[in-house]
Design a protein around this ligand. Structure first.
Ligand code: FCB
Length: 460
């Protein structure tokens, strides 16, 4: 690779990402309301080891120290989320000024450190009060989201240009409302599709609010788009891929980019009784126009490759796999649910999304890996696998830019080890190691390496 091939465009936003529930702690302090993740984590058996985000990384109190670490890394940008119930404890109505003050200080601190803030408005911690009214299955929650967006952007829109409405609406809808392993822990496919619709609707409705409060705003939504292939040449596996992957991607992206919900998927959902015979009966007049309100970038969260396998495949159709995964050694698979390390998938996903939907720009709003390397006797965290992972994925991103994909930034998940939702503290994604008992932070080798990447705007 020639030196110039290793460089990224000027102004490329090298960043790191976190979310409120995963790092802040202070779950009930200074007037914060309860979120569905507080409720979920406080229900025994929901999170592994019964871990909670009550304290997490105590970032609510240690934000200044954490900004110092970001500054040392040389981050150009930092993606974090606002905890909605910290700002509006009941989801709407009474504003908690102390909560807003926290984000105000954080934003000012970042700007003083020369770091561009990128704010996610909803990274899953819905106010419990709104869940009592049906959560996002109710249209009124989409309205409450617009009110919350107004409150947040009126306070911060003079200094924050980059806004993400929702993080991974498909994960929120399906893992929270079909699989039940995320808050609110429900299991009702029709409800999940209502939730998905109201997430999309609230995204569209909030765009003009953000633009009004933040001239020059760059607005996007972060989708999780892993790479997915049929596991074998069997038509059964192709069908599993078409519908399975489709529900997690096209179901959301098609309406966002001005198409209706995909016809093949609507038919499939009716057949599987996820939808009534009338189909998407929760869509009101004007909804699809609102959902397709143009925004400025698409955020892509990329972690791995997954293979689509039809579970009910008849034996004679059970053909040999055509897709070969890397040999299973500890270098090629993340600890997180055996996620395969598959950098080419990032290139493929970006190329597909650009060809298919033509977003004006992209940010990789999350990409990273879980390995639990901890400090050695000298206190150093030698996470070489994470360095390899990042290097290969940065190279894939660079290749996408070379074929014309307008990729503007790359946010490593995550700035620091944190609470990995249902897995609690058992998964460590950070560039910074955290001792959850003492709150000591240690920059891992990957953090030292990333610092050099950023400083040279290229693949070190
Ligand atoms: C994504 C989430 C993020 C983090 C990573 C590992 O689905 O958006 O909060 O948990 O997975």
């Amino acid at each position: 690779m020639a030196i110039s091939d290793a460089l990224f465009p000027d102004g490329f936003l090298w960043g790191a990402a976190t979310s409120a529930y995963q790092i802040e702690g202070a779950w009930d302090q200074d007037g914060k309301g309860e979120s569905i993740w507080d409720r979920f984590a406080h229900t025994p058996g929901k999170i592994s080891n019964n871990d909670t985000g009550d304290v997490a990384c105590d970032h609510y109190h240690r934000w200044a120290e954490d900004i110092e670490l970001m500054k040392w890394l040389g981050l150009k940008a930092y993606r974090f989320s606002i905890a909605w119930p910290r700002v509006l404890p009941n989801g709407r109505g009474k504003i908690n000024q102390a909560g807003l003050d926290f984000y105000d200080r954080l934003v000012d601190g970042l700007l003083q450190a020369g770091i561009t803030p990128m704010i996610t408005l909803f990274h899953w911690d819905l106010p419990q009060a709104l869940q009592e009214e049906g959560g996002f299955s109710a249209r009124s929650t989409a309205e409450a989201f617009v009110e919350y967006t107004g409150v947040a952007t009126r306070r911060l829109g003079d200094r924050v240009r980059h806004w993400i409405t929702h993080n991974e609406p498909s994960v929120y809808s399906f893992v929270g409302h079909v699989m039940g392993s995320h808050a609110p822990g429900l299991s009702d496919p029709y409800l999940a599709l209502r939730v998905a619709h109201h997430l999309l609707l609230s995204h569209g409705w909030s765009i003009p609010v953000i633009r009004a409060n933040c001239p020059g705003a760059e607005i996007g939504l972060a989708m999780n788009v892993n790479f997915n292939q049929p596991a074998s040449p069997s038509l059964y596996d192709h069908r599993a891929w078409q519908y399975g992957y489709g529900m997690w991607t096209r179901w959301f992206l098609d309406p966002l980019y001005g198409r209706h919900y995909p016809v093949d998927l609507v038919e499939h959902a009716i057949e599987k009784q996820m939808l009534p015979a009338e189909g998407t009966d929760f869509v009101a007049e004007g909804d699809l126009t609102a959902i397709a309100t143009p925004c400025d970038f698409l955020g892509v969260n990329y972690y791995t490759r997954q293979l689509a396998r039809d579970q009910d495949i008849p034996p004679e159709q059970n053909l040999a796999p055509t897709v070969f995964q890397a040999p299973k050694n500890d270098r090629d698979w993340q600890e997180m649910d055996d996620w395969e390390v598959y950098p080419d998938g990032l290139f493929n996903v970006l190329a597909w999304l650009y060809f298919e939907y033509q977003p004006k720009a992209f940010h990789i709003t999350e990409s990273g890996a879980s390995w639990s390397d901890s400090p050695d006797a000298t206190g150093r965290v030698r996470d070489n696998r994470r360095i390899d992972f990042l290097q290969q994925h940065f190279a894939a991103a660079r290749r996408a830019i070379q074929i014309g994909v307008p990729l503007k930034g790359y946010f490593v998940w995550s700035l620091m080890d944190n609470l990995e939702w249902g897995y609690g503290f058992s998964q460590r994604f950070g560039l910074i190691w955290v001792d959850f008992a003492t709150q000591q932070r240690i920059i891992k080798d990957s953090g030292h390496w990333y610092r050099r990447v950023i400083a040279t705007n290229g693949i070190a």
